[in-house]
Design a protein around this ligand. Structure first.
Ligand code: NAP
Ligand code: F7E
Length: 382
């Protein structure tokens, strides 16, 4: 059976991809960073005792900034496939730590490619590079395809641009099976808490349960092409099974504003929102409450939407979430992947919002229980 190495195994995509490859019978090696606390929440259900025979899921300490470590691991593991998912992946944070992001997200990719080359594994090891729709930045064409020119708008996107082209270069220069998946935003219940969708679904569940008063957001007009991470990791694998190494756009083909995503999330708890004002003075208010939906969802913990009232202000703008340069609109055209690889999505945006809301409602019900029993719960607004 095949052997895979996943960098960024503790992240959203790393967790779903590990699960997917293990089901396919792969032995999966994952690179994780050393941290002072356990950082494996997303993959704990896959953990195997290192003392058992025939271990199929094996974790190794490592870091994308450490080439000796990466080279040694590739030498020991001799992977058939490498999925390079490790990155400092938060666009706004990349403005605060641009040099680290260039090293990890940009040069880190080079370190892996070099490891394959120096170890003479060009004909054995296939590599997937986690490229991104952020490369399109200030979009030069709508919708974006594999041939749309790039115009990156953040240190994150610029670092990923280097990673994209060094992957193409190693394919062309050394005949390596190296591919870019240009993935548009993909989300899930495992999404990091500071990305906008998860921030919204967590806050909506908390507001509905009286654990938070309101949510502060940045640019509500930004439009994103959102899909479900489960659909997108399947595509990562399909990309490495194709006959020829190529670059692929993976997207849902639909675009939605952040504002509409907020409305969809609140609708899941039976709340209709209305927005008033503009610019930094825009606010979101409760317009109506469907108590049937609300009580259905929360009957085990609270009754009669006791924490909510029509007219209540639940959303404000905080300019600290604006970015120095923004990506206003993303919408991808994944025709090539659909036609040549037969990729299809199981989830549309409505399914995605439902999945995330159901998960966060459960999570916040547990938080509420803890709070009711006198335990301190974290209220971190990022
Ligand atoms: P994520 O949840 O932020 O996970 C990133 C992973 O990289 C985590 O495991 C993280 O470790 C690890 N990491 C960060 N810096 C590292 C370093 N210096 N050395 C080793 N590991 C490091 O991201 P994701 O959403 O799963 O995305 C996976 C990849 O796809 C990323 O490269 C991202 O840039 C790219 N991408 C994501 C999207 C999207 O919409 N999700 C779209 C296009 C491309 P810790 O857990 O220790 O932090
Ligand atoms: O922002 C706006 C924000 O941080 C989406 C990463 O996975 O996808 C992700 O990058 C939009 C932006 O994702 C808040 O300004 C408004 O326009 O969820 P996000 P992202 O920047 O699109 C790409 C494809 C990647 O490759 C990245 O790794 O939402 N927005 N208010 C906000 N964003 C955040 N985070 N927080 C807010 O309060």
């Amino acid at each position: 059976m095949k052997v895979a190495l996943i960098t960024g195994v503790t992240g959203q995509d790393g967790a779903y991809l590990s699960e997917f490859l293990l089901k396919k019978g792969y032995t999966v090696h994952g690179l994780k960073r050393r941290s002072s606390l356990f950082n494996t929440d997303r993959i704990d259900h896959l953990y195997q005792d290192p003392h058992v025979d025939n271990q199929k899921f094996i974790l190794h300490y490592g870091d994308m900034t450490d080439s000796t470590n990466l080279t040694r691991l590739v030498k020991e593991i001799q992977p058939d496939e490498i999925y390079n998912l490790a990155a400092m992946s938060h666009v706004r944070v990349s403005f605060e730590m641009p040099e680290y992001v260039a090293d990890t997200d940009g040069v880190g990719t080079l370190r892996l490619l070099e490891a394959i080359r120096l170890l003479g594994l060009e004909n054995k090891t296939r590599i997937y590079q986690a490229s991104t729709s952020e490369l399109y930045g200030k979009v030069q064409e709508v919708p974006q395809t594999e041939t749309t020119p790039f115009y990156p708008r953040s240190p994150y996107a610029v670092a990923k641009m280097y990673a994209y082209w060094i992957t193409v270069n190693y394919r062309e220069a050394y005949g390596m099976y190296a591919c870019n998946g240009i993935l548009f935003n993909h989300e899930s219940p495992l999404r990091g808490e500071t990305f906008v969708t998860r921030k919204i679904t967590r806050a909506t569940a908390k507001i509905a349960l009286g654990l938070q008063e309101k949510i502060y957001l940045g640019n509500l007009d930004a439009k994103r092409d959102w899909g479900h991470a489960k659909d997108y990791v399947r595509m990562m694998w399909m990309i490495l099974q194709a006959e020829q190494p190529e670059d692929w756009v993976i997207a849902s083909g639909k675009t939605t504003t952040v504002r509409d995503f907020v409305s969809m999330a609140f609708a899941e708890v039976g709340v209709e929102l209305e927005f008033k004002g503009s610019g930094i003075d825009e606010k979101g208010y409760i317009k109506s409450i469907n108590t049937k939906i609300y009580d259905n969802l929360f009957s085990s913990t609270v009754q009669k939407s006791q924490f909510l009232a029509v007219g209540q202000e639940v959303l404000s703008i905080d300019p600290k979430y604006f970015r120095p340069t923004e990506v206003d609109l993303l919408i991808g055209d994944a025709s090539k992947a659909k036609e040549k690889l037969g990729w299809e999505c199981d989830y549309d945006l409505q399914d995605l919002v439902k999945d995330m809301m159901q998960s966060d409602v459960k999570l916040m019900q547990k938080t509420q229980l803890l709070k009711d029993n006198g335990y301190e719960t974290l209220n971190y607004f990022e």
